[in-house]
Ligand binder design. Structure first.
Ligand SMILES: [Zn+2]
Length: 456
């Protein structure tokens, strides 16, 4: 498999340090607000990369943190008069519920910054002892002039940063671009005691510490949104490499922006729509399909109308699969060339830097193959398509308990309607069809008889 590495700016063969194990750290939410569609894209891309690596036989240790102490959480706490811990917990809970509904595989670990304070303090002390950090005005800063490799990931030049980088000046900072490892206490803010003064950790040091705590250093993949390349990930590298004298992450996986262009921003259809609200209008599968229709490194101009297109495309696909009664066995799958070929082409697409638009195209081509085949061949193709769907994280549409309960009743109704039509009493037959439609049940007349499903 080849994966684009932001650090080297090219696609590289993916070779983990200790196969079959893969260590994968994903920068998670700063839990100060509800997860929205813009956030979702990054976590979904991470989910699909992880699922695909597992499909290829790797054992992925997937770590996704919660930044549960941060300027924005504190600001919100002051503004709304609510305890910062309650705010953080509420949005951690909502993230986990969002992940559950979106079928994002649970992380192996979900570390929280506030549960790693002691290690963060030890790392800051280490950086102070090594002379790459200094104390100023109650805070501790990283001294960029002590880390000449700074800027490699983002392609920025240290000289430029030192000369012209505009950030808020802080008392005693040596360079404006130096960043805080530890933020000195201010009245009204939460704090922890540390040998260098009471305060709280900076955002960047949290991720350096939590990633290497669970994955060791160096580890295989570090991911996040493209907006994190600078300064967040650049700073993570500087801290971790300076503290431990070893490389940090080997592959940097960055997910493109979701833009709001080309769409009137509305509270219920824009990219800032909380995912749980969007899921009241569209299915998790449709959102997944829509977001995977663009390559993960390209920007998406978010358009809710296209999510509805995805919904319809998937309905066609699942309906096609449902028409084939039984599935093939593993042997069928291995012995039927047309099924093998589908899987092979799926792998070729995914092996090329996770080309999910190409993989989805293979899936839908598979639907027409399914319609052209029969018997063992058809069952094997069905199984191949199910393997692809599962690897991309789609959930089979649920057979709702309601459907189980309704089935015998519907059988009676459909039989009555069939007899009415036979007797040409179409007014009554249509009455049954239209009333069911109004109640949210759609009838489909086929050669094999009438089928029913819930309207979405
Ligand atoms: Zn991070």
């Amino acid at each position: 498999m080849r994966l684009y590495n932001t650090l080297t700016r090219r696609k590289e063969p993916f070779e983990p340090l200790n196969p079959p194990r893969v260590g994968f750290y994903m920068c998670g939410m700063t839990v100060q607000d509800r997860p929205h569609l813009g956030h979702l894209r990054t976590f979904l891309a991470g989910d699909v990369l992880r699922r695909y690596l597992e499909f290829k036989g790797y054992q992925v240790v997937y770590v996704q943190n919660f930044t549960d102490i941060d300027d924005k959480i504190i600001q919100r706490s002051h503004r709304e008069g609510e305890d910062w811990r309650a705010i953080a917990q509420r949005y951690i809970d909502e993230y986990l519920e969002t992940a559950r509904q979106m079928n994002l595989k649970p992380a192996t670990y979900y570390p929280r910054a506030t549960l790693h304070i002691q290690e963060i303090i030890e790392t800051v002390q280490k950086l102070l002892r090594q002379g790459v950090a200094y104390k100023a005005g109650g805070s501790v800063y990283f001294d960029l002039t002590k880390f000449p490799a700074y800027g490699r990931l983002s392609g920025k030049r240290l000289e430029d940063l030192l000369a012209g980088y505009r950030v808020e000046p802080a008392p005693g900072k040596r360079n404006p671009a130096d960043f805080a490892l530890w933020k000195g206490w201010k009245p009204g803010e939460p704090y922890w005691y540390a040998p260098f003064g009471k305060g709280r950790p900076g955002w960047h040091i949290e991720c350096s510490v939590m990633s290497t705590h669970y994955l060791g250093q160096p580890f295989d993949i570090h991911g996040g949104g493209m907006d994190l390349i600078f300064p967040h990930h650049e700073n993570e590298i500087a801290q971790a490499v300076a503290a431990h004298g070893k490389d940090f992450a080997r592959y940097w996986f960055h997910v493109g922006f979701v833009r709001a262009r080309g769409e009137k921003m509305s509270k219920s259809t824009g990219i800032f729509t909380p995912v749980l609200e969007a899921l009241k209008q569209v299915s998790a599968n449709a959102l997944r399909h829509y977001l995977l229709s663009t390559h993960y490194r390209n920007p998406i101009d978010f358009d809710f109308a296209h999510v509805h297109d995805s919904e319809r495309a998937l309905e066609r696909l699942f309906a096609g699969l449902e028409e084939v009664e039984s599935e093939g066995t593993v042997q069928d799958l291995q012995q039927v060339p047309v099924a093998q070929e589908l899987l092979q082409r799926f792998e070729e697409r995914m092996d090329d830097d996770l080309d999910t638009p190409g993989a989805l195209a293979v899936l839908f081509e598979g639907l027409s193959v399914l319609r052209k085949t029969s018997g063992v061949e058809q069952r094997a193709v069905k199984t191949a398509l199910q393997v692809i769907l599962h690897t991309l994280g789609f959930r089979p549409p649920e057979r709702t308990p309601a459907a189980e309960v309704l089935n015998p009743v519907m059988d009676i109704l459909l039989e009555v309607r069939r007899r009415l039509r036979q007797e040409k009493r179409f007014d009554l037959a249509d009455y049954i069809r239209d009333s069911l439609m109004a109640a949210g049940i759609v009838l489909e007349d086929t050669r094999e008889g009438t089928r029913w499903k819930f309207k979405r």
